[in-house]
Every structure is written in structure tokens, then in C-alpha cells.
Design a protein around this ligand. Structure first.
Ligand code: NAP
Length: 299
């Protein structure tokens, strides 16, 4: 149960770190407590050399990483120190490592409106790829204006849902290429509007929206509400080791993916890097593995 590097997180950042660290000759373990956000992305068109679903890409990465690292399907519940060792406690075991790479990504942000929690799984969803097929031929709203919301709206339209996007401003945040795909498919957008509450009896029947320009509420009859309003970084474990985070909770790293704690590195969406893409997560993972290797070499 003693390793050179423990990688916490099994998305593109963690898996790339595992491939690189393993190929440096380090003994590596990767912890997968829950599926990466990448597994829920319906399609990827901006990762060079690959076009397909996030799940497909992730499976290829896992297969490749398994050649160079061990994989534990265990959720990390605590991290600490024992002399020079980092101690990683999971829901079933305890491991020791000389260095740690946090690649813990993020989880979906909530709207925090009435009905959101109550109708989760009964019309409210945060994952179009997981739940979209239940809504074929039905009317759904996608909330948000970023890459995730626009990708989800396109996907839902493709599988036969009657989709409308709802955005709180009059301009989308998503990449221009995605916006063009959205408009090409004539997916309507309700601009300058936010969700006030989600209503129904057994399942979602309607959403009450607020038009910010007219300053009035209006009702849209719908079967489903897909919420895609961004991410919250998962960095509580790193904080237990004294790792510094920014005001939004992202782990502060330098250009070598080093945190303020010697031997602790971070990569991907949990870091305070400006661009959050699969390709940059992979880059972070490679750099973090290299920094871990340098750290262990000098030690
Ligand atoms: P994001 O880029 O942070 O966008 C979140 C969207 O939700 C924004 O449009 C924001 O509005 C809106 N929003 C936030 N809080 C809201 C609220 N309370 N009510 C209504 N709307 C709200 O998040 P994301 O789209 O999940 O993307 C996260 C990261 O992953 C991004 O860096 C993105 O580029 C990346 N990503 C990439 C791809 C891809 O390349 N294929 C796919 C998915 C995600 P405002 O615009 O007004 O702030």
C-alpha cells in the first residue's frame, strides 16, 4: 500500500498524470471515487485527433493509464501526513504516497430555486447524456449559456427532444462554433431570463421564469429542466493538507502545477487555471506528473 504518487481523481487530468508518472518509472495509484464530468459530455469536437463522446474518450484514457498505474475504485475520504508520507484514507483502505496529485475536478452548480431538489430525477437533471433519452419527443428547457448548456441543448435536440435554451443574459458565453451549431438547428433561446421555481405534482410540469427586462414572471409548460450553470471545484480534501485556494475555492498552482505544499500538485478543473478544457486538463496532468517526478528525484 506504499506508492510514489497517489492521483486523486480519474478524469483527463488524473489519467494523464498517471500515464506520465508511470512512464517516469514511478509507482502510481489512481483513485476513482466517482465518474469524471467528462463521462457526461455528449460530444467532444475540440480535442485534437478525437471526435466522439466524452465517455468514449475517457474509456480510452483509462485503458491507456492502466498500463502504467494501479486503479482503485474507492472514494478518498481523508488525507493527512505521517512523517514524510502522505496518508490517503478511502472508504475501505489506507494508502501511503510520497507525493499527491489532486485531479478532483468539479461538480455541477445548483440554481438554488424551489422545486430543483424536489424534482431531481423526476424532470430535473444535471446530465443530458444520462437522462436525455427519457425526454425524447418531450419539451425540455436547458438552463445556462456556457459550453455545457449549449452542448447539452444540441445533444437533446439531436435525440429528438423539443428543446429551448434559457439564458440570463442576451449573449451566450459558449464558444462561437457551438453557438453556430445551436442556431443552425433553430433551437430557440429565451434571453435575459432566470428560473424562479420548478413546479409539478408527481413530476415536472412547468417552470416559472422571470424576464429581467420586462421585470415579470411567466410560465413555460415543460417535462424536463436540464441545469447547466457551471461547476463548483472539489477541493476540500486538498485544503485538509493546507493547500491554498482562491476566493472561489480553486486550488492555487504555479506554472509547474505545484501547490504551496511541497509534494502536493494539482491538475485540471480543480485548479485556478483560466481555461477548463479536456486538452488543458491533460496538459496540466502531464506537467503535474513531471513536477512530482522532479520532487521525488531531489528528495
Ligand atoms: P460556465 O462556462 O461557467 O458557464 C455557466 C453558464 O451558466 C454561464 O452562461 C452563466 O451565465 C450561467 N449561470 C451561472 N449561474 C447561473 C444562475 N444562477 N442562473 C442562470 N444562469 C447561470 O460553465 P460550463 O458551461 O459548465 O463550462 C465549464 C467549463 O467547462 C468551461 O470552461 C467550458 O469551456 C468547459 N466545457 C467545455 C466543453 C467543450 O469544449 N466541448 C464542453 C463543456 C464544458 P453568464 O454567462 O451570465 O455568466
Amino acid at each position: 500500500m506504499e506508492y510514489d504518487v497517489a492521483v486523486i481523481g480519474c478524469g483527463p487530468a488524473g489519467l494523464t498524470a498517471a500515464i506520465y508518472a508511470g512512464r517516469y518509472g514511478l509507482k502510481v495509484i489512481v483513485f476513482e471515487g466517482m465518474p469524471s464530468q467528462l463521462s457526461t459530455v455528449p460530444f467532444i469536437e475540440n480535442y485534437p485527433g478525437f471526435e466522439g463522446s466524452g465517455y468514449e474518450l475517457l474509456e480510452k484514457m483509462k485503458e491507456q493509464a492502466s498500463k502504467y498505474s494501479e486503479h482503485a475504485f474507492e472514494r478518498v475520504v481523508d488525507v493527512g501526513k505521517d512523517g514524510d508520507w502522505f496518508v490517503v484514507k478511502t472508504d475501505s483502505s489506507e494508502y501511503k504516497a510520497k507525493a499527491i496529485i489532486f485531479a478532483t475536478g468539479g461538480t455541477h452548480r445548483e440554481l438554488g430555486v424551489p422545486g430543483e431538489k424536489e424534482f431531481l430525477g423526476r424532470g430535473v437533471s444535471y446530465c443530458a447524456t444520462c437522462d436525455g433519452h427519457f425526454f425524447r419527443g418531450k419539451k425540455v428547457l436547458v438552463i445556462g449559456g456556457g459550453n455545457t448548456a449549449v452542448t447539452d441543448a444540441i445533444y437533446l435536440k439531436e435525440i429528438g427532444c423539443d428543446v429551448t435554451l434559457v439564458h440570463r443574459r442576451d449573449e451566450l458565453r459558449a464558444d462561437k462554433a457551438l453557438q453556430e451549431e445551436l442556431f443552425k438547428r433553430n433551437i430557440p433561446v429565451i434571453w435575459n431570463s432566470v428560473v424562479v421555481r420548478i413546479e409539478g405534482t408527481q413530476k415536472v410540469e412547468r417552470a416559472v421564469l422571470h424576464d429581467k427586462i420586462k421585470d415579470e414572471d411567466f410560465v413555460v409548460e415543460v417535462d424536463g429542466v436540464f441545469i447547466a450553470v457551471g461547476m463548483r471545484p472539489q477541493t476540500e480534501l486538498a485544503a485538509k493538507l493546507g493547500v491554498e485556494r482562491d476566493s472561489r475555492g480553486y486550488i492555487k498552482v504555479d506554472r509547474r502545477q505545484r501547490t504551496n505544499v511541497p509534494g502536493v500538485f494539482a491538475a485540471g478543473d480543480c485548479c485556478d487555471n483560466p481555461l477548463k478544457q479536456v486538452v488543458t486538463a491533460c496538459g496540466d496532468g502531464a506537467v503535474a506528473a513531471n513536477s512530482a517526478f522532479e520532487f521525488l528525484k531531489v528528495e
